[in-house]
Ligand binder design. Sequence first.
Ligand code: FES
Length: 106
Amino acid sequence: MTNWNVVGKVSDFAMGSAKAIDLNGETICLVRNKNGFHAISDACSHGAVSLSEGSVTDEGIECFLHGSEFNLQTGEPKTPPATSAVDVFAVQVDGDGDNAVVSVRI
Ligand code: FES
């Protein structure tokens, strides 16, 4: 069963940043970019390193180890060497401005 889990306020996450968060036994990578908030599995599907240590782009996140970029909407790798998608989780923002509450469904 999945539940919404509060992960913080909008102001807790800098624009263009990624943060690893442990939720219900899973580590997710919470990303804030110009398109909003996104949550994907933190483990790269190629080498299982932390995606939250990679670089956030306008459309994805690039793994720091070998450079695969993952689509934040689908979890699919856009570039090699990764060939498998990572899990994607729904994100909801309740409220307005910096005090709005960010939740992830997992
Ligand atoms: S470990 Fe992420 S691309 Fe290789």
